[in-house]
Design a protein around this ligand. Sequence first.
Ligand code: EPZ
Length: 424
Amino acid sequence: MPGVELVEAYVIQGGRPLNGFVRVHGAKNSVLPILAATILSGKESLIYNCPHLKDVDSSFRILRHLGCVVRRQDEAVYIDSGPIAHHDVPDSLMREMRSSVVFLGAILGRQGKAVMSFPGGCELGPRPIDLHLWALRKLGADIRESGGNLYCETNGLKGAEISLSLPSVGATENIMLAASAAKGVTRIQNAACEPEIEDLQNFINAMGGSIHGAGTPTVVVEGAREFRRAEHSIIPDRIVAATYMACAAIAGGDVTLTGVNPAHLRTVTAALSDAGCEIDVTEDSLRIARSDALKSMRQIRTMPYPGFPTDAQSPIMAVAARAEGTTLFVENIFESRYRHVGELTRMGADIKVEGRIAVVSGVKKLYGAHVKATDLRGGAALVVAGIGAEGETVVTELDHIDRGYESMHVALSALGANMTRKTV
Ligand code: EPZ
């Protein structure tokens, strides 16, 4: 049709229960810093359980731009960072993925210099990197900011005592990467404790590095070690798991997630148990079933790990929108992470937002509508709502969702959802 732009969409006929098994893919927020870490060794790395995501493709483009060999076969990725010949990340690649800032510590550690444009803000608000830069300067980097670019160089990184004013995930990762190439010992206090930090530690140690304490607020890095060829399997994606748990909760039925680590999902499990779900776990699987009415979860406060994950806030809000009673959300990590509320409201949700607070009054029914993904996890929340809504939901702006979820329609259709991906 002339003049009408066709777009890709998830089309969901909601209201059907979900039953069966779904395998959760490797963690986006673990594989991204680990792909950056492969730069440090100058050797070959083999990464298993690597998800098929847009952000992973963006990271491959950065590695190839730097000169690395990158090959992929299904979930296995081969990287040889021996032939690195550059130290810059082009603006176009930075704009594709703001979390490319995690390459800064690795490139600086390997090349002694790094150039990249300032990662812009994103849908979640300004995404400052002041802690990253402050910490890298303490490790001996000279960083100049000019014309929207960061020019970094060092004539030798040295270990340092670094006390973070807030447990930033990205800053902790950048410090671990640069400190692994620094002479001497670096101690990070108030480090982020997310499971992805521990996965990064385990990969760097597999490469011959020496990091201890990841998963606790104090991480100690012994730098400038002889790196070697490494193999590593990425941990499961706890936020994708939380999203599929939310789908099962809102739809009702009986779903088992496989390839997960239930220990990474304790706060989400607690919230959905309060909502009336029955949840059983084994070492690597989690079964969630709901046959009774969905109840309010009363209060959800996002906090650094092991608190309730900010990335699960929007998918769980979609569940709260359909529960009996009121749920109060407090978003303590990002300053504007409620952009999905407007779209949920189009589906009949009753949500009031005041700053970091959102009051969700559950409604008996959500109704299918044409909605747009506003960001990665906000988009996932619209899929959750569509699964639990009456009628047809069309979700567009799928680029956001493709950054962090492999083919949601395939996974959810396998559980009995009526969900397709098509051009509309
Ligand atoms: C990581 O982002 C994740 N991204 C985010 O997941 C996640 O929401 C976040 O950690 C918190 O868990 C990746 O791992 C790629 P932070 P990051 O530094 O590292 C402020 C998703 O949906 N801050 O812990 O950027 C910052 O503004 C994404 O998968 C500073 O002020 O998060 C935020 O308010 C979204 N100065 C808070 O700290 C800094 O120098 C937490 O940010 C750095 C951060």
